[in-house]
Design a protein around this ligand. Structure first.
Ligand code: PRX
Length: 659
């Protein structure tokens, strides 16, 4: 079974067709350096956190975060309003840089960066400290104050990390937008966050081409009224238009900036960042994270799951524009004093061996990537990784979607040489950090299972009615206890926050995944149970794509569903009915609609299929029957109850159009 086969199983009775029995003991060669050393240690911590969460988290928060003012209480109030570490003051940038200054790490590489064309830069912790301080001063001189929102829209260059930490240093809440999003998507996010300033670059390199970012920002600014200033980092040197008194060059501002900037002491609950993600409605949600709780979660999960030691070269391939990049490129590994590898470009540029070549070149020891990438490497053939020396690797990780056992086995044998544990990490933008994952050197693994909860995470599998389910029964995955790094709200919409995550099973956290727990206590994620697609490990709501489609003048109605896709996990299939004025819709209109969606949302939302239909199948109450459409898109026979279908002929017609 691929993960998509079980995905979207409608509601309570979640089908589960994966029967994976293999159990891989911890590879003998792997010795945990800084993380848990044994199952007993892990269990003791897990039970401690479950039975006495305030004591558990209080102790590790004291030991693992640098506090300007110590906190008075650990946790106050029930989910979802739990407040953490009240009375405490701290700064997130201190946890990532200042902490290492004056220690043996100050001359250690913080960021080893390689651009797509092959240019290399290394920033030691001292260099990162200086750059962060300088850019924090730049932000101040541009009028940014504590509590302001700053948008960052940049390629994967060290300045992206610098800008992020500089915002944190002065208490400005950052909102990072992935560089693949369109001008409209940027404008929507800027308006929702009421961002004051945006940091961007002229362009970035991707598959040998310059992807212009400044131009997209310019276009977005026509619709974003709150943004007053733009800072532009010169990456490729391409021509850009600079608007006087609005646009400023990064290098010019930095040349004049002071090298010291005191970090602003911030309340534990101070909003560190907003990150927009898709939900089951068309409007992206601004997931808001706190300072202390988030930093603690990023730090502890990096330590427990990635076992980052000072000798490691750590590489998380995610873009900082996603939550994985926030937690496991920036805040987590830097808090551990890691040497991180950061790569600007595409994995298959100039050829399919680029990632493996980088691992060999920098002796990467911890490698964290997405199943979609693993599947595409697998497809391009073993000859690519086999050309390179991957013996430096000691730990592998995956995130973003369920990894199918075949891809897991390939990762294990071809990349890990059967000696590296694989940590299959389940978590979400909302959870801030990893929730369920094997602990390397401790947890025996089963291909396709994210295994067990980390300390402080108390999950349950429940029916729609909120009844706990037994072993191997598919149901809703919920969290029964608050954890420090959970989201605090949806920016500007606390009601939607409560409604989205805490109303399905009142009082418990539910963010849309189905799962089962097997007889050994291992968790298996069965995919989303709402209208959220997981395309190449990125979340997109079907409604978002539908809204983009219906905004095209030729479209009357649209229904978007996912279908199993070999590389992306899920592909996007759009069923479209056209306006009466549009005669004979054909290939040209399909292309136009595909481009239209790209322009509205961004390249990641590019539809794989557009199918024109005379009508969409609906229930008598007017609801589009997505289950039917999903079966049609997947090329499966329609099974299940269609008695409520308004017009049986519609399904027959949709099929014919497919043939
Ligand atoms: O469906 C789950 C899937 O990705 C969703 C979260 O998406 P996002 O907030 O974009 O964060 C992705 C990176 C943390 C989840 O609801 N997902 C993530 N990791 C896994 C996963 N599904 C199965 N196994 C995983 N390891």
């Amino acid at each position: 079974m691929s993960q998509s086969e079980s995905q979207h199983a409608e509601s309570h009775n979640i089908e589960n067709m994966l029967h994976e029995e293999r159990l891989f003991p911890v590879p003998k060669a792997f010795k945990p350096q800084v993380s848990f050393k044994s199952e007993e240690e892990y269990l003791a911590a897990w039970n401690h956190a479950k039975d006495a969460p305030a004591e558990f988290w209080g102790q590790i928060a004291k030991e693992n975060l640098v506090w300007e003012t110590p906190f008075e209480t650990v946790m106050q109030g029930d989910m979802p309003e739990t407040k953490w570490f009240q009375g405490g003051k701290l700064n997130a940038s201190v946890q990532c840089v200042d902490k290492h200054i004056g220690t043996a790490r100050q001359n250690k590489a913080a960021i080893i960066w390689e651009g797509e064309p092959g240019d290399v830069r290394v920033l030691r912790y001292q260099d990162l400290y200086r750059e962060v301080c300088k850019f924090a001063n730049v932000l101040k001189t541009l009028g940014v104050q504590m509590g302001d929102r700053v948008t960052i829209y940049m390629p994967m260059v060290p300045e992206l990390v610098i800008a992020t930490l500089a915002c944190a240093r002065i208490g400005a809440t950052h909102s990072i937008i992935f560089g693949g999003f369109s001008a409209d998507a940027i404008a929507d996010r800027n308006n929702d966050a009421k961002a004051k300033l945006i940091i961007t670059a002229d362009a970035g390199w991707r598959r040998g081409k310059e992807v212009s970012l400044k131009k997209t920002v310019d276009e977005s600014l026509a619709k974003a009224v709150t943004v007053e200033k733009v800072v532009v980092y010169r990456r490729t040197g391409c021509d850009v238009e600079m608007v006087p008194d609005r646009d400023y060059w990064w290098h010019e501002l930095m040349a004049k900036a002071q090298a010291e900037c005191e970090p602003t002491p911030l309340d534990s609950e101070h909003p560190l960042f907003i990150l927009y993600t898709s939900g089951s409605t068309g409007k992206p949600k601004g997931v808001l994270h706190s300072t202390a709780g988030y930093c603690l979660g990023a730090a502890m999960t990096s330590k427990w799951v990635f076992d980052i030691a000072d000798t490691d070269t750590y590489w998380c391939t995610a873009d900082v524009g996603w939550i994985t990049g926030h937690s496991y490129v920036v805040y987590g590994p830097l808090s551990q004093g890691a040497s991180i590898l950061m790569y600007e470009g595409a994995p298959n540029w100039p050829d399919e061996g680029r990632f493996w070549q980088l691992i060999e070149k920098y002796r990467v020891s911890i490698f964290y990537t997405a199943p979609t990438a693993i599947r595409s490497f697998m497809k391009s053939g073993d000859q690519w990784p086999q050309q390179y020396d991957l013996s430096s690797l000691r730990l592998l990780g995956t995130v973003g979607e369920p990894i199918n056992p075949k891809a897991w086995m390939w990762y294990h044998t071809i990349i890990g040489g059967e000696r590296c544990p694989i940590v299959d990490t389940w978590w979400q933008t909302e959870t801030g950090g990893i929730m369920l994952s094997p602990l390397p050197g401790v947890t025996a693994t089963k291909p396709g299972s994210c295994t067990k909860p980390l300390p402080g995470v108390v999950p349950a599998i429940m029916s729609e009615e909120g009844e706990p389910l037994g072993d191997n029964e598919g149901g809703l995955l919920v969290m029964t206890q608050p954890w420090p790094h959970m989201l605090r709200t949806l920016y500007g919409d606390h009601e939607r926050f409560k409604e989205t995550y805490f109303s399905k099973i009142p009082g418990l956290y539910f963010a849309g995944d189905g799962a089962r727990r097997d007889q050994d206590g291992y968790f298996w994620i069965l995919g989303r149970v709402d209208d959220v697609l997981n395309v190449s490990g990125h979340r997109l709501s079907t409604m978002e794509v539908e809204s983009a489609l219906v905004s095209h003048p030729s479209v009357a109605e649209a229904a978007v569903v996912g279908f199993p896709h070999d590389l992306k996990g899920e592909g996007i299939c759009c069923f479209v009915t056209v306006n009466t004025s549009t005669a004979n819709p054909g290939e040209d209109l399909k292309k136009e609609l595909i481009n239209h969606v790209r322009k509205q949302i961004g390249a990641l939302a590019t539809p794989d299929q557009v199918r024109f239909a005379a009508a969409l199948p609906k229930t008598r109450s007017g609801k589009i029957m997505r289950r039917l459409l999903r079966d049609i898109a997947a090329g499966k026979e329609t099974i299940g109850d269609t008695t409520t279908l308004e017009d049986y002929n519609v399904v027959a017609k949709l099929r014919t159009e497919d043939e």
